[in-house]
Ligand binder design. Structure first.
Ligand SMILES: NC(=O)c1ccc[n+]([C@@H]2O[C@H](COP(=O)([O-])OP(=O)(O)OC[C@H]3O[C@@H](n4cnc5c(N)ncnc54)[C@H](OP(=O)(O)O)[C@@H]3O)[C@@H](O)[C@H]2O)c1
Length: 226
């Protein structure tokens, strides 16, 4: 693997994956609003809630970075809100960033993905297996949507050399909740370190091409779903 595109590598898990890639001499193209401050990462400024920004980014990738080996989607907002307070615009924003943007992005680059025999890895949540917390109506719905779309992409890729990997990811110690909600939703001391999840992500992408892990759950100890 020589070149990866990461949606959302300016922070959190995406940044941890970018850091690991750079330490292993893998080129990283980051797509997010703010730049990833890791030396050597190529940044494309893009607001994933904006169609024009996404189209410009897709064109730039086709023009200058079409030789990618994987696309990893980490970008999301948690959009926490009390069930009886959620606004239409908050719902819409969450669906744009968490569901429509990555699925549209991947479908627009579908021909390049197939040509490159590149892999796709979408980061979901354990909440798209079973609702996990209150106040996550929008978040849970968007990630179920991402999961559904990922199955379709996987089906379209079934007869190609490309793989679609979907990760149900559990709680990680990042700033995601504070940025959106002002606080963590519970004590994060036992939440996973994003760098540990990043190592698993790279492991999955490096499995021999005849091995396909279509879906995997990585959760913190003690949060078994069954
Ligand atoms: N943290 C957890 O406990 C947890 C649990 C389960 C699943 N996950 C999933 O893991 C993934 C990574 O989460 P994280 O905790 O690493 O989150 P994070 O630290 O908040 O990082 C989110 C990334 O998404 C990007 N992003 C957000 N809004 C964007 C927009 N409008 N346009 C472009 N990029 C945007 C951010 O970049 P900019 O702000 O620079 O645009 C940032 O790089 C997400 O898919 C999340 O749903 C997280």
């Amino acid at each position: 693997m020589k070149k990866v595109i990461i949606l959302g590598a300016s922070d959190g898990l995406g940044k941890a994956i970018a850091s690991l890639c750079k330490s292993e001499k893998i080129e990283v193209i980051n797509v997010s609003r703010t730049a990833c401050d890791i030396s050597g990462v190529i940044n494309i400024a893009c607001d994933l809630s904006t169609e024009k920004d996404i189209d410009n980014t897709i064109n730039l990738i086709k023009e200058k970075h079409s030789d990618f080996d994987a696309i990893i989607n980490c970008a999301a907002i948690v959009a926490m809100e009390k069930i009886n307070k959620i606004t239409y615009s908050k719902f819409e924003k969450a669906f744009k960033i968490n569901t429509i943007a990555p699925l549209y992005f991947l479908s627009s680059l579908f021909d390049n993905i197939v040509k490159n025999e590149a892999d796709i890895l979408n980061i979901g949540t354990t909440a798209d297996l079973k609702a996990g917390f209150n106040d996550q109506l929008a978040y849970t719905s968007t990630k179920y949507g991402l999961r559904g779309g990922s199955y379709n992409l996987g089906l379209e890729l079934a007869k190609t050399k490309s793989r679609m990997i979907y990760v149900h990811c559990g709680g990680m110690n990042t700033q995601m909740h504070e940025k959106d909600y002002g606080k963590k939703i519970e004590d994060p001391t036992e939440w996973m370190n994003p760098s540990d999840v990043a190592s698993i992500v790279l492991y999955l992408l490096r499995l021999p091409k005849q091995v396909e892990i279509t879906e995997i759950t990585i959760s913190r100890k003690g949060r078994r779903l069954v």
